[in-house]
Design a protein around this ligand. Structure first.
Ligand SMILES: Cc1cc2nc3c(=O)[nH]c(=O)nc-3n(C[C@H](O)[C@H](O)[C@H](O)COP(=O)(O)O)c2cc1C
Length: 345
């Protein structure tokens, strides 16, 4: 299977593992790379030292290209980006911020850049800033998907830009891959599907839930981490939605973010005081969101914790190895050519 994505990144299949905090670890990233896809190492909740260690571990587990992500909106993200660039990671994925300086630095050592976007405005900005490809995330997605569904969002952006598109949000099998290509993408990125893989470190309880759920048991809310996000409909998520916060909470809670990211707390606290009401409330939500995401992901705690999960969980019913997921997806997508030809006669 050859598309602009396989050619640009030197991979066998146009299938990408999304960057998922605590889940897209060196082991999972390397499993995807060794099976012919491109894994994105998630550094969002890591300090610069942890990021360096994770990159080196990934390099020891695979000789194939891999990516590392940086969420520019998070405190300390620039330090992580500096580490990723210094280590010359083959592909850098950035989101929620201006990435022109990342494109320049990564291109200098011959690396490639993927920007993650949810709107046409940000897709155009990423293209202008020099990104080699974009991940376009639709409404169905786990986590921070856009307001528009993939079915409409992908073609609307494909019609307006020249760089290759990786479709994300609602893709879990070969039907999804074939459809994404028809809509104008050159590959897909899957979060929920790989979260429910044998190699995924997510709590086994969440894999079982994901095999049993239907397409309706998710909530799309900005009350978990301060940004609109899709999560599993659980007691923990509903409690967070009801939780009341005030600007003082963000100062108190920011200690947690600072400690987790190895960022000086005083610097963050001063920053928050000058952010204004709306952004400081968002920071408070982010702090409780981080804790809840960790509990949902690693402890499988659905009473206190929260797990990002896509609507697509409702159409996947078994936990497979990374290799099985990739090979099954490619095989099914190829078969779709015959299905389409028969229906188009
Ligand atoms: C358990 C889980 C954790 C995630 N964590 C993050 C994260 O930390 N940062 C992020 O940008 N996206 C995160 N995502 C979203 C994915 O990066 C991706 O955009 C999304 O999963 C794609 O949609 P899909 O789930 O329908 O495949 C997460 C997704 C899942 C399922």
């Amino acid at each position: 299977m050859k598309t602009r994505i396989t050619k640009t990144f030197g991979i066998k299949y146009p299938i990408i593992l999304s960057g998922m905090s605590w889940i897209s670890t060196p082991e999972l990233v390397a499993a995807v790379a060794n099976a012919g896809g491109l894994g994105i190492l998630a550094t969002g909740v890591m300090s610069a030292e942890e990021t360096l260690e994770a990159i080196r571990k990934t390099k020891s587990l695979t000789k194939k290209p891999f990516a590392a992500n940086v969420t520019l909106y998070f405190p300390g993200a620039e330090k992580n980006a500096e580490v990723i660039i210094k280590e010359k990671v083959p592909v850098v994925n950035y989101a929620l911020g201006k990435g022109d300086w990342i494109c320049k630095a990564v291109h200098e050592y011959g690396g490639k850049v993927i920007a993650t976007v949810t709107t046409l405005k940000h897709a155009l900005a990423a293209q202008k800033d020099g990104a080699d490809a974009i991940i376009v995330t639709g409404h169905e997605a786990a986590g921070h998907g856009g307001a528009v569904t993939s079915l409409v969002l992908i073609p609307s952006i494909a019609d307006a830009i020249d760089i290759p598109i990786i479709a994300a949000g609602g893709f879990a099998d070969g039907r999804g891959l074939a459809s994404a290509m028809i809509l104008g993408a050159d590959g897909i990125s899957m979060g929920t599907r790989f979260m429910n893989s044998v190699e995924s470190p997510v709590h086994e309880k969440q894999k079982a839930f994901s095999n049993e759920t239907d397409v309706y048991k998710t909530i799309y809310t900005d009350k978990v981490d301060g940004m609109l996000a899709r999560v599993m409909d659980t007691e923990g998520a509903r409690k967070l939605i009801k939780k009341r916060l005030n600007p003082l909470s963000s100062l108190i809670l920011s200690r947690k973010i600072a400690a987790m990211l190895g960022f000086p707390w005083m610097k963050l606290a001063i920053g928050i005081m000058f952010m204004g009401y709306k952004r400081s409330m968002q920071m408070a939500r982010m702090a409780i969101g981080f804790d809840a995401f960790q509990a949902g992901t690693m402890d499988g705690d659905n009473k206190k914790g929260v797990l990002p999960i896509g609507q697509v969980a409702g159409i996947m019913h078994e936990t497979l190895t990374v290799k099985e997921i990739i090979e099954k997806t490619v095989k099914e997508a190829k078969k779709c050519q015959d299905v389409l030809a028969a229906k188009m006669k």
